[in-house]
Design a protein around this ligand. Structure first.
Ligand code: SF4
Length: 66
């Protein structure tokens, strides 16, 4: 599974990179940036990715299950 952020939807509300520092960081415009861009194979990371997607108020975090 891979995580992407739709930067057109993201409004830099900071929730993802404040809550899930293992998966996201802030970009120069305060928008969320995915830190791990490859396939996630760690169960904890996959759970966190789902929680982050649910936590984003703009629905900008997309999970690609391939
Ligand atoms: S939680 Fe959503 S809106 Fe906020 S920075 Fe992350 S992707 Fe952007």
């Amino acid at each position: 599974m891979k995580i992407t952020i739709d930067s057109d939807l993201c409004q830099g509300r900071s929730r993802c990179y404040n809550l899930y520092t293992n998966l996201f960081h802030a970009g120069p415009d305060s928008k969320g940036v995915v830190t791990i861009t490859g396939e996630l194979d760690d169960e904890d990371q996959i759970v966190d990715a789902g929680s982050a997607a649910n936590a984003c108020p703009l629905g900008a975090i997309k999970l690609d299950y391939g």
